[in-house]
Design a protein around this ligand. Sequence first.
Ligand code: DAT
Ligand code: MG
Length: 148
Amino acid sequence: MDRSLVLIKPDAIQRALAGQIISRLERKGLKIIAMKILHMDKDLAQRHYAIHKGKPFFDDLVSFITSSPLIAVVLQGENAVQIIRQMMGETDPAKASSGTIRGDFGIDIGRNLVHGSDSPENARTEIDLFFSAEEIFDYDRELDTWIY
Ligand code: DAT
Ligand code: MG
């Protein structure tokens, strides 16, 4: 089973879209195994987005992601990483297909509502940045026998 770190970014919280976005992921069949609201500080933002350090948009990205609280969620399911990337749509909401989260709710690449891990390996690193082992709950759900 894959795990993915999803961030419901500050723009989604400010626009009161958090519930709708989480609901889409939950309805798909993915299991919420950890969730918290937090205000990322600069240090956490720079670590989470370390791969983008030096890119022209890095400073704006860090200042946006630290501008207001966000919701961090860990979702689990078969191929969760790939499924969530599909459900998010392309990085630029202007190019993201309708039916995706970014395609349905966004316009600007700097305000694209959600983060989702791009590989199971990066998911593990990202999850460790946001959650301790005690904050993650790997419980059974009856309904999973109807999803799988
Ligand atoms: P994704 O969030 O789809 O994984 P990414 O990892 O390439 O995309 O970039 C991280 C975030 O940085 C992205 O969600 C929005 C911002 N970003 C990426 N490319 C950008 C660009 N060309 N201009 C402005 N912001 C950008
Ligand atoms: Mg990325």
